[in-house]
Design a protein around this ligand. Structure first.
Ligand code: CP
Ligand code: NVA
Length: 304
């Protein structure tokens, strides 16, 4: 770590393609070591602070468990317990925590808030989800694809549903990992326009899910109403009718197409139970890989 300018991971594009590839190889190695019951003490004496302003199961447990398994310590900080929740400025919080912890994980609402946090932090800041990006999930997703099918370069990935934080991170991943991304959703729910514009021909928008998934290698979906959009749930249920990942949709993809969902899933809404629990689904591996991919990310950032 260089004290003045630490590397942060706020978006997939913060790492180069080569760095991401190396990181995922390392994640696979850490996974093998953990499964063999031989975890490396990578983070001995290191402290990870985890600032969460939204709920989490996978992200919290993967970071906290990973730190413990690899010899370090994690401190979970909810807004109920810190002065951040009582209005202490982000800038002050970042400056103080970063004098005591070796890295900081932040889950929050506006992306600008984590950017401000990172700008005032002396140590690496990792985006554990904002309204705009979810880059840690992408590491696990690509790791999972590679485990099951090999290199994702040149493949066709189809995002079905809301053009949300996950979708935006998939757009960045398409550029870094060199795959084609089709995004299928109803009009008005497209992902970030600037990201699409800078992705060139790599990202295509569809308003017809069946057309989009033709010959897909990977189908990905996510909830129709993200955290913070709960009051829009009823309207979104109506607007997203026709964009459920179900057996009929899956039958239009390649027979060996994988299905991913970052979870939590709403069975019967964005995905049918049959597909979520079916043979094409790799959602449980995807969730487990959060742990290995993020430990490799932490190792990389702490060494930068
Ligand atoms: N996929 C994911 O980030 O899950 P959590 O919200 O449970 O952390
Ligand atoms: N898009 C979802 C992802 C949850 C992991 C949300 O932001 O709530």
């Amino acid at each position: 770590m260089t004290a003045e300018q630490p590397r942060h991971y706020l978006a997939v594009s913060d790492l180069s393609g080569a760095e991401l590839q190396n990181l995922l190889s390392r994640a696979a190695e850490i996974k093998r070591q953990l499964h063999a019951g031989n975890p490396p003490a990578l983070f001995h004496g290191r402290v990870l602070a985890m600032v969460f302003e939204k709920s989490s199961t996978r992200t919290r447990v993967s970071f906290e468990s990973g730190m413990a398994k690899l010899g370090g310590h994690a401190i979970f900080l909810s807004p109920r317990d810190t002065h951040l929740g009582r209005g202490e400025p982000v800038e002050d919080t970042a400056r103080i925590i970063s004098r005591m912890a070796d890295a900081i994980v932040v889950r929050t609402f506006a992306h600008e808030r984590i950017e401000k946090f990172a700008a005032h932090s002396l140590v690496p800041v990792i985006n554990a989800l904002t309204d705009h990006q979810h880059p840690c999930q992408l590491l696990a997703d690509i790791q999972t694809y590679v485990e099951h099918r090999g290199d994702i370069a040149g493949r066709t990935v189809v995002w079905v549903g809301d053009g949300n934080n996950m979708c935006n991170s998939f757009i960045e991943a398409a550029e870094r990992f060199d795959f084609t991304l089709r995004v299928a959703g109803p009009p008005g729910y497209e992902p970030d326009g600037q990201l699409i514009a800078s992705s060139g021909a790599r990202v295509e928008l569809f308003h017809d899910a069946l057309e989009a998934v033709r010959d897909a290698d990977l189908i990905v979906t996510d909830v129709w109403a993200s955290m913070g959009q709960e009051e829009e749930q009823a309207r979104r249920l109506a607007d997203f009718a026709g964009f459920q990942v179900n057996a009929q949709l899956l039958s239009a993809a390649r027979p060996d197409a994988l299905v991913m969902h970052c979870l939590p899933a709403h069975r019967g809404e964005e995905i049918s139970t049959e597909v979520l629990e079916g043979p094409n689904s790799v959602v449980w591996d995807e969730a487990e890989n959060r742990l290995h991919a993020q430990m490799a990310l932490l190792e990389f950032l702490l060494a930068s």
